[in-house]
Ligand binder design. Structure first.
Ligand code: GTP
Length: 329
């Protein structure tokens, strides 16, 4: 029987249209959620296009669409499949964009998929009662409302996340800026960590020789080179024009000194391609190891800066460490 479609002219035709829209709708929902998740929906569009067509062709060929139970089972199985795929997409991209709402959205999609899967099983097993159909219907409505809610939550959380990222990133070098650094420094400057101040040598001369754009490239490449040397826990930021600050948590004086030397050597070893020229930058480094509580971060950074100035005075391309005895109480 084709129920309400009998009220329309060509009921069989409308049945196929409804079936195709129902099947295709979930494929489009999957595509949309994949795009929302990682913007790579192009990868999936063929699958999302082919599967509904295959359902339709097999429906026309076998005629199962004309039977209510089989049509409902096919629709529920298709919804189960695409919702499960959408849940996986959202969950899979959690490392690209770590948002709490991603987990909630993925969970609600999984719940909705499992509900459709269960319904498909009950339909095929013929174990439905009117009450169960009503419960499943209401549960799906709640899932759909939650889905919309979590999509909106994810969009707003994403906007806030991107805004924060943009406000903490230095556009030229791609590393963090001052705000990024201070947001990651512990509230109290405790002994057992170190601050490094890095200043590119004779940068004005490089600017004069290669132009401002050439200078920009030198800064960007140098920042990326230095970043690669650091440990995952270290925090590096562009502090000013050609100055960078690095915070090294949980590090001994010896290791901090070795790290500073490694940074200096890596910078000096790189040959930067500037199109029609190649250039080697050197850096001067001021190191201060936090050896007493009580000083503020500003004070430690100032000491690292003073040590960096000392490195410049001594001829550049070297590391100078601020001596503990001279630290103001
Ligand atoms: N290209 C470029 N230049 C910058 C940027 N920020 C600052 N500068 C330039 O960096 C130069 C810094 O010059 P100085 O402070 O005199 O230092 P220096 O020439 O590196 O000399 P020393 O530090 O003593 O070795 C200035 O000419 C600034 O204009 C930037 O974002 N891009």
């Amino acid at each position: 029987s084709v129920t309400e479609n009998n009220l329309l002219p060509w009921p069989g035709f409308w049945l196929y249209i409804h079936f195709s829209l129902g099947i295709g709708g979930y494929a489009i929902l999957w595509l949309g959620l994949a795009a929302l998740s990682s913007h790579s929906w192009r990868r999936y569009r063929i699958i999302a296009f082919i599967i509904p067509i295959l359902w339709l062709l097999s429906g026309i060929w076998s005629g199962f669409v004309m039977q209510n139970t089989l049509r409902a089972a096919a629709f529920h199985f298709n919804s189960f499949f695409f919702l499960l795929a959408a849940s996986f997409c959202i969950w899979q991209d959690r490392h690209i964009e770590p948002l709490c709402s991603r987990w909630l959205l993925s969970l609600i999609l999984l719940g909705s998929a499992l509900l459709y899967g269960g319904e498909c099983y009950w339909i095929l097993a013929g174990a439905w009662t009117v009450q169960e159909i009503a419960w499943a219907f209401f549960a799906q409505i709640i899932c759909n409302f939650s889905l919309v809610l979590f999509v909106l939550t994810m969009l707003s959380e994403r906007a806030a996340f991107q805004l924060k990222q943009a406000s903490e990133r230095d556009e030229l070098t791609g590393i963090g800026n001052r705000r990024f650094l201070f947001a990651r420094l512990p509230p109290l400057a405790q002994p057992g960590s170190a601050i490094i101040m890095i200043d590119v040598d004779h940068f004005k001369r490089a600017n004069d020789t290669f132009g401002h754009l050439g200078g920009d490239r030198l800064l960007a490449v140098t920042a990326q080179t230095l970043q690669r040397v650091l440990r995952a826990v270290d925090v590096m930021a562009r502090f000013g024009g050609e100055e960078f600050v690095v915070f090294l948590p949980d590090i001994s004086t010896q290791d901090a000194r070795e790290m500073a030397e490694r940074l200096r050597c890596e910078a000096a070893a790189q040959e930067i391609d500037l199109g029609d020229a190649r250039y080697k930058v050197t850096i001067s480094i001021g190191l201060v190891c936090l050896d007493q509580p009580g000083c503020s971060w500003d004070e430690w950074i100032k000491l690292a800066d003073a040590a960096c100035y000392q490195a410049k005075q001594q001829g550049r391309n070297r590391v100078c460490q601020h001596q503990a005895a001279t630290v103001a109480p």
